[in-house]
Structure formats: C-alpha cells, structure tokens
Design a protein around this ligand. Sequence first.
Ligand code: AHG
Ligand code: MN
Ligand code: MN
Length: 336
Amino acid sequence: MSHRIVTLNQFIVEQQKDFPCSEGRLTRLLSDIGAAAKVITREVRKAGLVDILGALGSVNVQGEEVQKLDDYANSTLQGFIKAGGECAVIASEEDDDVVVLENTYHHIQPKYVVAMDPLDGSSNIDVNASIGTIFSIYRRVSAQGNAGKEDVLQKGSEQVAAGYVIYGSSTMLVLTTGNGVNGFTLDPSIGEFCLSHPSICMKPEGMIYSVNEQNYHSFSQGTQRFIDYCKETDTATGRPYSARYIGSLVADFHRNLLKGGIFMYPSTQKAPIGKLRLVYECNPMAFIAEQAGGRATNGTLRILDIKPTELHQRVPFAVGSENLMDQLQTHLTAWG
Ligand code: AHG
Ligand code: MN
Ligand code: MN
C-alpha cells in the first residue's frame, strides 16, 4: 500500500493554481526559503561537532552578541532569496538596514518583500534546545526602481505569506499564505519537506501559559493578575494551567499552536516596550495564529493592525488560544 506524499513544493504549486492570474513567482520565493531551510538544518545538525558554536565577536543592532549560526542562517537565506529574483527588499533582524535586491538577476522586476529573523532563540544553541527561522512576505508598495524601507514598514495585515522553521527533534516548516496553516516535516531520507500537519487549528481552549516569570515583578498589575489566574485551582476551567517556557519564540509558539496555550512577552523594566520585534517576530506569528483560529495583541491592539515606524521596532506581545487571550484582556482591562 502506498501513501501519497505531498511535498512543500507540490503543495504550494497546487495552492497557487487556485489563483488564475498567479505567475508562480510567490511559489518560487517560498520554495527558495524552503531550500535555504534545508541548508540551515544541515548546519544546525552539526552544531556541536564542528567549530560553529560560540560568539562571532561582533554585536548586532539589538546590542546582542551575534552567534555564528545567526550569521550563517542570515547569509544562506539571503543567498537563496537573491538568486530567486522574486524579492525586491530583504529586512533581516541581523542587519541594521534593508538590503535592496532590485533586478539583480532577472529582467522581470521583483514584486515581493521578505522580513525575517534568520535564527530565533540563539541562546538555545549551546544547550541543544530548539531554535528556528521566522519569515514574512509582503507585496512591494514602491514603484519600480524605488524599493526600500517603506516596502517593509507595512501593517502585518498586508502579509501575503508567513511561516517559520523549527529545528527541533525534526525540522518542520509551518506556513500560511492566508488560507489556513499547514505544517511540513523534513524527511531527511529524501530531503523533502512533506505535509505532515494539514490545516493546523489552535484549540480555542488552551491550557498552557508561557512567559518568562523572572520578570513577574516588573509586569503590569493586569498581567500579574492574569498569571495568578492561570495558577489558581478551578476544576470548571481546568486550572491550574501548565507553565512551559523554552526561551525560543519559535519553539514556545509551536508548542502552543499544536497544543493550545498562550505565549506572552509583555513590557518589563528592562524592556519597557517589550523585547520582541514587530516586523520579524510578532507579525508573522500573529498572522499564523489568526489563520489557525488564535489571536495576537500588544495588550491593547491587534498586532496585525499596528503600522511599524521602525524596522527593528519592539512591541509587547501576547499570542494564543481564544480563552486565554480573552482572560488576559479581561485582566488587563480591569487592572491595567
Ligand atoms: P533571538 O534569538 O532572535 O534574539 O530571539 C530571542 C527571543 C525569543 O526567541 C524568545 O522568545 C525571547 O528572546 C526570550 O527572551 P528571555 O530570555 O528574556 O525570556
Ligand atoms: Mn528572535
Ligand atoms: Mn534572531
């Protein structure tokens, strides 16, 4: 008996057929990102074996130490995206400014924009815990020949596609093109991402909360009371809820997406406007969450409605299942 395997590339080609005017250019861009993810996987898998671990010695724009794998993931993704010729501008968490790629390889003007966090959760590399790559795709808004920062600074609701790759016990790519969320697991024996998690839905009744509780005392009162609520005993709502926190957004988000839960990175004393980046981290995760039936806010506003003003802008972030997002909102409204 043979089962039909659906690869990532087959899946996106088939999905694009639903759009009669599609020229296959988004398909090309997505498959290039998939190819880059396989190359990064290979490097991640040998992280403990070769001299790729440890700091590179430079400091990125966020003031954090850049790890070698961050750098490797950044240049690999940029190389694939550039060669594909479909992207006009890349904004990367690892670069101070946008990289304009206009018309480098092809005669046709590129019409897409990519924002990405090439390697998320880098503090987990040294301890062999899951790390990831996050990406987000927009249509360019500039006229031909003028691509730049403005093409990146669009509201998250304008995203054409978003996804992440989790380098976990297996590598998985989770993708939305605005028509639900699908997960593909990399089968190393054939080197293909295969559809393993079709139509992912985030349970409306989540029972996991994920937050760095070290910061509890600098959270707002509403956030503190919400955390207290998660810990209270109440059989009707299944509380207390479980606490789970890896410290790698991709891994924490992925678990909650599959199992139901809430992830929060609120503002703290050290990070008064939050830690996570709107463009590279929050928008793509918010798009995926909403496409799976979940929600994402900064505590007040829907993440996807916030117009970024800076490439590296940070925002307080809460994302997750309906029940937990409702409860968080109730507590924030009551206590601030
Ligand atoms: P990055 O490795 O891309 O800089 O991101 C790290 C982020 C994110 O992955 C995670 O959710 C968060 O930092 C964890 O921060 P704390 O260690 O402050 O909890
Ligand atoms: Mn990150
Ligand atoms: Mn990063």
